[in-house]
Design a protein around this ligand. Structure first.
Ligand SMILES: Cc1ncc(COP(=O)(O)O)c(C=O)c1O
Length: 362
């Protein structure tokens, strides 16, 4: 029996976030070794060597609290982005800044819009806050901005747009995003989540930071978890108007990002070579992976990110489970016949393809 005096109803209905299985867990559960993880859109090249050096050095100061303001990192971001420091807030991963935005600007009785399927955290943070939402189905695996705009009610306070989208890897083009930013009621906060922006290469892929002139209430979030290879350090940031960032800072826990994360992010930002190598590897391997998946008779969504959304044209859960038993971890997605596969190192992608081909032919 559910005790409604204990927990708010939307939390009662929540399921915990289903994270990609850590390698050690899978190996233990299935008795396999040398498993590979292509499930969480991490950078297969790992962190920048400069970030590793910075963390080793900073470890000696582990008895000190981290810089609550992440001053050095925000200063460097401010130079790099050409935005004042008071327009930048750091978070424990970009997941935290997304949640801070919601908790700061959306109250009980108000309403949020995001796409479905998209990053699952949007739904989770709304449910955790007891905030109503509309999840607008993608059209052709892409954000349906027309339907999302039509879903706006007088109660709507926030819209999340992941660009590129997770799990599909598809994107909203510049003209469409500009139109949305111009036309949506100025009261609504638009959050553009650019976790994978560094991987995008389409000529009309928009940098939302360059569109800030189009609307006051625009928040752009980025992360060090993806191309910068620092997922374990939990660091991301948001850029928005100074008064909005000021409100979010009132809600932000003071020591939300540890010292290692801060110094690693700072060093990683300066390692442009590592970023370039990560982009090149991803482009080459994503193309190869998509071609090979297509020759296996599967359908890939066009991806601007470091993962591929693949329609297996048959129930995907058994394929996912068979791959697990072969030591290959991919990601099931809400659609019954699809999987999301992170682009790995060449050897990892070969192994995935060989395993998948065996599973499909079994
Ligand atoms: C679209 C999108 N946004 C944000 C994140 C959050 O990443 P983090 O909290 O590690 O910055 C992810 C992670 O998978 C994502 O796919």
């Amino acid at each position: 029996m559910v005790d409604m005096n204990l927990v708010i109803p939307s939390i009662e209905q929540m399921a915990p976030y289903e994270a990609g299985k850590p390698l050690a867990t899978l190996e233990r559960e299935l008795g396999v070794s040398n498993a590979i993880k292509l499930a969480s859109n991490e950078n297969p090249l790992g962190p920048s060597p400069r970030a590793l050096q910075a963390m080793l050095k900073a470890m000696h100061d582990s008895h000190r609290y981290p810089d609550a303001a992440a001053w050095a990192l925000r200063e460097r971001l401010s130079e790099r982005l050409g935005m004042p420091m008071n327009e930048i807030i750091h978070g424990n991963g970009s997941s935290e800044v997304l949640e801070l935005a919601l908790r700061t600007f959306v109250g009980q009785g108000q309403h949020v819009i995001f796409a479905e399927p998209s990053f699952v955290m949007y739904r989770m943070i709304c449910m955790a806050a007891g905030v109503a939402f509309t999840a607008v189905p993608l059209r052709d695996l892409t954000h349906d901005l027309e339907a999302m705009t039509a879903a706006i009610t007088p109660k709507t306070r926030m819209i999340f747009i992941a660009n590129p989208n997770n799990p599909t890897g598809t994107y909203v083009a510049r003209a469409a995003l500009e139109q949305l930013l111009r036309n949506v009621d100025p009261e609504v906060v638009v959050v553009v989540d650019e976790a994978y922006t560094e991987y995008a290469e389409a000529p009309d892929f928009p940098n939302a930071l360059s569109l800030r002139g189009l609307r006051e209430r625009l928040i752009v979030t980025r992360t060090f978890s993806k191309i910068y290879g620092l997922a374990a350090q939990r660091i991301g940031y948001a850029v928005g108007p100074a008064p909005m960032i000021d409100y979010m800072n009132r809600v932000r826990p003071p020591f939300n990002v540890g010292t290692l994360g801060q110094v690693a992010a700072l060093a990683a930002l300066d390692d442009e070579e590592h970023v370039r190598a990560s982009q090149e590897l991803n482009q080459d391997e994503r193309t190869r992976l998509q071609n090979a998946l297509t020759s296996l008779g599967l359908a890939c969504a066009p991806s601007q990110a470091n993962f591929v959304y693949v329609d297996c044209k048959r129930p995907a859960r058994p394929i996912y489970e068979s791959l697990l038993r072969k030591g290959v971890i991919v990601r099931p997605v809400p659609a019954a016949t699809a999987l999301r596969i992170t682009v790995g190192l060449p050897a990892e992608n070969y192994r995935l393809l060989a395993a998948l081909s065996e599973v499909l032919n079994a």
